[in-house]
Ligand binder design. Structure first.
Ligand SMILES: Cc1cc2nc3c(=O)[nH]c(=O)nc-3n(C[C@H](O)[C@H](O)[C@H](O)COP(=O)(O)OP(=O)(O)OC[C@H]3O[C@@H](n4cnc5c(N)ncnc54)[C@H](O)[C@@H]3O)c2cc1C
Ligand SMILES: *[C@@H]1O[C@H](CO)[C@@H](O)[C@H](O)[C@H]1NC(C)=O
Ligand SMILES: *[C@@H]1O[C@H](CO)[C@@H](O)[C@H](O)[C@H]1NC(C)=O
Ligand SMILES: *[C@@H]1O[C@H](CO)[C@@H](O)[C@H](O)[C@H]1NC(C)=O
Ligand SMILES: *[C@@H]1O[C@H](CO)[C@@H](O)[C@H](O)[C@H]1NC(C)=O
Ligand SMILES: *[C@@H]1O[C@H](CO)[C@@H](O)[C@H](O)[C@H]1NC(C)=O
Length: 459
């Protein structure tokens, strides 16, 4: 689809969604919640659970799998898990965070002293376990409950889930919904000429588990986002040949002698790939590191939001469903640190508890429209409408100003910005440093290489 057509399409989507909104309320909104339902027990849903408890809102967390932790819980299955669910987690062995833990910690719940700034994924899961224990959240989490439908039923929500043990469908009523089912569960598969004829193996990074499978093989990695770069490090020195197709401009490190950078793919053949520079590489395996789509298959039309692969609209503060403000989304905001979800979770609980008075729906829609029209001025497209990016510190400030959410200090944005640049500058070594926060504006960074990565978290 050409981009003009795309823009026209989005314009109509926007218009449609505006007409869909009836102004039931013009004076500002305060909610009264006797039961909140949280969908998903990853970082975001657990954060919401903590604040619901703190602000005395009754709540249940519905989690599809047998475990909490979301992304951070490694699942060895590929495709479907032991209960027949699609595997949601994209975690793999030997992953270390690509952002300093200081930007990921929940408010007032730091990792223990001595934890490296880039802990392992297992350490991050231990941290989540210690969080659940500390705030005594486990009894509020209902595992093995796959939410299949959320419907507006006039003055409350009907939430339906399938119990994965008995396959029974159950409908419960909630008067507040927190959507926290994760932004990185649904892989994007690109299309290429001849791809169906390729005789080697092809996976998306979502299904990548371990470097062992690639020992001495000829492997192509497609993409140089967070996953593509990290898998290039993982597979360097392991594969016989590592072909990396991408167009990122960065300080490419010396991976190993078998590494070769290529431009975009032109076509597949049975034995390999032809690239845009007309060169050919023979390949055994291809790993598509081509990112993820949003996916909210359980949202009924009556929810009054438009959820597509790339954006959700219209949301007040990237968070509140303007049509039905008793529904919030965590983690739709893009290009942010994980701590944003903690702030959003507190906002959600303040809203659910009646402590926060929202602007009227008309005012929320007006400021959303202003946001949409400002995108072009900032050189962004309508498809970027959920990007917070360089405005993250202001976003934290806005959540504080509007809702009284604890202000995340600007130093976190400074660390985020430095890490983003430094990762591309020093890909092989950027994790060998520890950060420490000095005050709300300053941090220190020290070289601290380690043989083994310690995890002093007690579970
Ligand atoms: C491989 C990888 C590495 C990453 N590394 C970093 C990093 O280093 N630093 C960083 O800041 N961020 C990183 N991220 C981003 C990471 O996703 C966020 O940090 C955070 O974990 C997202 O939490 P979440 O709760 O929003 O989503 P998730 O962790 O995905 O949790 C969603 C939960 O919802 C459940 N669920 C899904 N659908 C349903 C349903 N229908 N009904 C009930 N439950 C459902 C899932 O089972 C899951 O438990 C990484 C992401 C990936 C994929
Ligand atoms: C919480 O739920 C219990 C049981 O359903 C109910 O008795 C109680 O009134 C609820 N509390 C609030 C604050 O709504
Ligand atoms: C909501 O659920 C109740 C109880 O299961 C049911 O009677 C009602 O029809 C449902 N409403 C909608 C809009 O689905
Ligand atoms: C439960 O609902 C799903 C649709 O979400 C349906 O396919 C399935 O048949 C239902 N199961 C039972 C036992 O009714
Ligand atoms: C590959 O091995 C060499 C020699 O041991 C080492 O210097 C280099 O850092 C390794 N590369 C990666 C990406 O691990
Ligand atoms: C913060 O709020 C101001 C005033 O409402 C608004 O103009 C700005 O776009 C908001 N920024 C973000 C990132 O939310």
């Amino acid at each position: 689809m050409d981009s003009e057509l795309k823009n026209t399409m989005y314009y109509y989507v926007t218009l449609l969604c505006m007409f869909n909104i009836l102004f039931v309320n013009v004076n500002g909104l305060t909610l009264k919640t006797s039961r909140a339902c949280i969908i998903g027990a990853g970082y975001s849903g657990l954060g919401a659970a903590r604040y619901m408890k703190q602000y005395h809102v009754n709540f249940t967390v519905f989690e599809a799998t047998r475990n909490f932790g979301g992304t951070w819980h490694f699942d060895p299955h590929v495709g479907t898990d032991e209960d027949g669910l699609p595997v949601f987690s994209s975690m793999y062995n030997d992953l270390r965070t690509n952002t300093p833990r200081q930007t990921m910690e929940y408010y007032d719940f730091p990792f223990p002293e001595g934890t490296p700034s880039y802990p392992s994924a297992t350490c991050f899961l231990d941290y989540l376990k210690s969080f659940v224990k500390h705030f005594d959240l486990l009894s509020h989490i209902q595992l093995r409950s796959l939410v299949t439908s959320v419907k507006w039923a006039g003055n409350h929500w009907n939430l339906t889930y399938t119990k994965t043990d008995t396959k029974e469908n159950v409908t419960e009523t909630c008067d507040f919904i927190v959507v926290a089912n994760g932004p990185y569960n649904t892989p994007v598969w690109p299309k290429y000429d001849g791809i169906d004829t390729f005789e080697g193996s092809m996976i998306h990074s979502h299904d990548y588990k371990d470097r062992k499978a690639y020992k001495n093989r000829k492997v192509l990695i497609v993409g140089a986002g967070a996953s593509g770069l990290d898998l290039a490090i993982q597979l360097s020195n392991v594969t016989a040949k590592l072909v990396h197709s991408h167009h990122l401009v960065y300080n490419e490190p010396k991976f190993f002698d078998g590494y070769v950078k290529k431009p975009d793919i032109m076509a597949f053949t049975p034995k390999g790939v032809i690239f845009r520079d007309e060169s050919f590489e023979e390949l055994d395996d291809v790993i598509f590191c081509t990112g993820y789509d949003f996916n909210h298959p359980f949202l009924d039309e009556s929810c009054g939001v438009t959820s597509t692969a790339k954006f959700v609209l219209p949301l007040h503060k990237q968070l509140v469903n303007i049509k039905h403000p008793s529904m919030v989304f965590l983690g739709i905001a893009k290009k942010i640190i994980t701590r944003v979800m903690d702030a959003q979770a507190e906002y959600a609980a303040l809203l659910a508890s009646g402590k926060l008075k929202l602007p009227s729906q008309e005012e929320m829609l007006n400021s959303w429209l202003k946001h949409i029209s400002s995108l072009q001025v900032k050189g962004m497209k309508i498809i970027d409408l959920n990007v917070v990016g360089s405005e993250m510190d202001q976003y934290f400030g806005n959540l504080t100003e509007e809702a009284g959410v604890v202000r995340a200090p600007p130093v976190l944005t400074a660390i985020r910005d430095f890490n983003g640049v430094n990762r591309l500058d020093d890909l092989l070594n950027y994790r060998e440093y520890d950060y420490s926060i000095i005050d709300n504006f300053h941090y220190e960074r020290k070289y601290n290489p380690r043989q083994n990565i310690p995890c002093p978290v007690e579970v």
